[in-house]
Design a protein around this ligand. Structure first.
Ligand SMILES: [Zn+2]
Length: 546
C-alpha cells in the first residue's frame, strides 16, 4: 500500500493534510479515495487594547442608557442555549467545528489548558484566548455568501453595544492590521453577565438598537470573518459582569478555573464527533485554504448516468482515531449494493476532516433513486442520488422521468389528498377536508392529538400568541390564532434547525387554538416552534429544562 502524506500548510495550529489511496470493496470495485483534514489557523480575535476600548465603551453605554436599572438580577446565573443556527435549505446534519476553547491557564506562550484539561485553545506572548471559536465547516466561504449560519442570542438580555460596517472576508489572522475592526453585538444578559459575539458579516447585524431587549435564540447576525480573523467563525466571549474582572468559560470541566458549573443548558461533548455533511459530487471538492476567501468549488451533483465517476463525500467534525464508519450504497430496491469501512489510525483527533471515494457503476445497475449511507458514532447519515440512463433531467429531479418534488415533498405527486394537504384548497369539501377525508372534530383526517379550539374571540391576525409554560418540563402548551381558513402547519425544530416533529398539518377554520407538546423524550435545550399558514410564518423559541 502506498501512502502519501502531504503537509501543504503548517502554521500555528493549522494542519492540512491529504492522502490518496485505493480500497477494494466487498463487491470488488476498485475505489480511489482521498482523505483531508483542516483546522482553521487561530488568531488573536481581539487585541488587549481593543478589548479595553470595547469594555470602556460598553460601560459608557450602560451608564448612558441607564441599563443597570432595567436589570433583573437573579440568584443564579443564566443558562445558555446554542449560539448558532443553520438557515439554509440544505438539511445538512451540521455546519461547525470548534477551533479554540477558552484558555484556562493564565501563563502565556503556549501554556495551554482548556476546560477539559486538554490544549484545544491558544495564547500569545501576552494574551490568553478568552472566548470560544466556532468555525464553519465545510465550504465556509460558500456559507458566508449564502448567509447560511446565523448567530443567535444564547440568553435573553439587552443590547449594550453594536458595531457594523466592517470588511468581513479577512484571513490574515496574526498578520492582520491590528486596527482592523470586527462586526459584533454585545449583550448584557438577564443576570448582568455580558456576552460578546464577534466577526460577523458586514451589514448583517440585527436592526435592534442599544437598549433594546433580545430574547433567547433571537437573530444577531451572520457568521463571517470581520476583524482579526483567519476565516469565517464566531468568537463568543462572556464575563460575569461589567467590571470585566471575571471571565466565564461556559464549558465546565475539571480544568475550568473561572467558574464552578456549566453555563450551557446542554453542554456539548468535548469531542462532538459527527458528520456535518454527506453528499455526492461530480468531481472532487476543491478547497482553497491558501487563497484568502476564495469560494470552494463544491462540485455537488445528485444525478448520474452509469459509466461516470460518482464521488461520495463526507465531512466530519471531531473525528477520532479508531472510530469506524460504515459506508454503503443502497439501490432503489432497498438492497445494499456495496459497502466498505473507513477509520483514522495515524492521528488522534481532527477538528474537521473529509473523505471522498470515487466509484464507477456499470450499465446493469438498477436505475432510480439510490441512497448513500454512512453509520458513524452510532448515528446513521443519508444522502439520496439518482442513477438514470438520461443525463438531461433537471438538477432537482427526484426520479429518472425528470419529475420534481411537489409542495408535499412527494416525487411528481399531484393526487387529491396531496392537494388538500398542500394548501391547494380547490379540492376541499365544505368542512375544509378532502372529499374522501372526514372531519373528526379537530380537523381533517386521523387524529393522534386534538387541537383545542377557543372560539370566544375571532382573531384578526395570524400569531403564536403564547407558549406556556416556557421554560417548561416536559410539556408546554402552544396557543395560536388563525384569521383565515387554510392549511396550518406547526413544526418543531431543534436549534440546529433540524425538524423533530410536526404537531399539526391540517386545514383549520378561523379560530384560536392550543396544542400540547410533550418533550419527555428530548434532551434539555432550546427548541423552535414554527407556524405556517397561508403566506404567514412565525418562529418562536421554547426552553426545555428538566
Ligand atoms: Zn476567538
Amino acid at each position: 500500500m502506498i501512502r502519501r502524506l502531504i503537509i501543504l500548510l503548517l502554521i500555528v495550529g493549522c494542519v492540512l493534510s491529504e492522502s490518496k489511496n485505493t480500497t477494494i470493496t466487498s463487491r470488488g470495485n476498485m475505489i480511489e479515495y482521498m482523505f483531508g483534514s483542516h483546522k482553521p489557523p487561530q488568531s488573536i480575535c481581539l487585541t488587549k487594547e481593543k478589548r479595553k476600548e470595547i469594555q470602556y465603551q460598553l460601560n459608557e453605554n450602560i451608564i448612558h442608557l441607564n441599563l443597570d436599572q432595567k436589570l433583573f438580577r437573579a440568584d443564579n446565573h443564566v443558562v445558555f442555549s446554542w449560539p448558532l443556527l443553520l438557515n439554509d435549505n440544505s438539511n445538512d446534519y451540521g455546519y461547525h467545528g470548534v477551533s479554540g476553547f477558552v484558555d484556562n491557564n493564565l501563563n502565556y506562550n503556549d501554556n495551554l489548558l482548556d476546560y477539559n484539561c486538554g490544549s484545544r485553545t491558544y495564547d500569545t506572548e501576552d494574551y490568553n484566548h478568552q472566548g470560544t471559536d466556532y468555525y464553519l465547516w465545510p465550504f465556509e466561504w460558500n456559507k458566508v455568501d449564502d448567509n447560511a449560519v446565523s448567530v443567535i442570542a444564547v440568553s435573553s438580555g439587552i443590547i449594550i453595544g453594536k458595531r457594523d460596517g466592517n470588511y468581513d472576508r479577512n484571513c490574515g489572522g496574526w498578520d492582520t492590521d491590528y486596527s482592523t475592526e470586527w462586526n459584533a453585538v454585545y449583550i448584557q444578559n438577564d443576570d448582568g453577565s455580558i456576552s460578546w459575539y464577534g466577526h460577523m458579516k458586514n451589514g448583517s447585524l440585527t436592526n435592534k438598537s442599544l437598549g433594546d431587549t433580545v430574547n433567547i435564540g433571537e437573530y444577531l447576525g451572520i457568521v463571517a470573518s470581520s476583524g482579526i480573523s483567519t476565516g469565517p467563525h464566531l468568537h463568543f466571549e462572556t464575563y460575569k459582569d461589567n467590571t470585566y474582572n471575571q471571565l466565564i468559560d461556559p464549558y465546565y470541566g475539571e480544568c475550568n478555573n473561572y467558574n464552578d458549573d456549566t453555563w450551557w443548558i446542554e453542554q456539548r461533548p468535548y469531542y462532538d464527533s459527527a458528520i456535518n455533511k454527506i453528499m455526492t459530487h461530480s468531481a472532487p471538492p476543491e478547497f482553497y485554504w491558501d487563497e484568502c476567501a476564495k469560494l470552494e468549488n463544491i462540485n455537488a451533483e445528485n444525478n448520474f448516468t452509469p459509466n461516470n465517476y460518482i464521488y461520495f463525500g463526507a465531512y466530519y467534525r471531531d473525528q477520532l482515531a479508531n472510530q469506524s464508519s460504515q459506508w454503503s450504497l443502497i439501490d432503489p430496491a432497498g438492497n445494499i449494493y456495496d459497502e466498505w469501512e473507513q477509520t483514522v489510525q495515524d492521528f488522534d483527533h481532527y477538528s474537521s476532516s473529509y473523505w471522498w471515494y470515487s466509484y464507477l457503476l456499470n450499465n446493469t445497475v438498477i436505475k432510480g433513486e439510490w441512497t448513500f449511507q454512512i453509520i458513524y458514532n452510532e448515528k446513521q447519515y443519508e444522502h439520496k442520488f439518482l442513477i438514470c440512463n438520461n443525463s438531461s433531467i433537471p438538477d432537482n429531479a427526484c426520479d429518472c422521468d425528470g419529475n420534481i418534488e411537489d409542495e408535499c415533498g412527494v416525487c411528481g405527486g399531484d393526487g387529491i389528498e396531496e392537494a388538500c394537504e398542500c394548501k391547494n384548497t380547490s379540492a376541499l369539501n365544505e368542512n375544509g377536508c378532502c372529499d374522501d377525508i372526514e372531519d373528526l372534530g379537530c380537523g381533517c383526517g386521523e387524529n393522534d392529538f386534538c387541537l383545542s379550539i377557543n372560539e370566544a374571540l375571532i382573531p384578526d391576525t395570524y400569531v403564536i400568541s403564547s407558549i406556556y409554560p416556557n421554560p417548561f418540563n416536559p410539556t408546554t402548551t402552544i396557543s395560536f390564532s388563525i384569521p383565515e381558513f387554510g392549511l396550518t402547519t406547526i413544526t418543531l425544530y431543534d436549534m440546529a434547525g433540524r425538524k423533530l416533529e410536526t404537531l399539526t398539518n391540517k386545514v383549520l377554520s378561523i379560530g384560536n387554538y392550543s396544542i400540547n407538546w410533550n418533550a419527555s423524550s428530548y434532551p434539555n435545550g432550546v427548541y423552535l416552534v414554527r407556524m405556517e399558514s397561508g403566506e404567514f410564518t412565525q418562529t418562536q423559541k421554547m426552553v426545555l429544562v428538566k
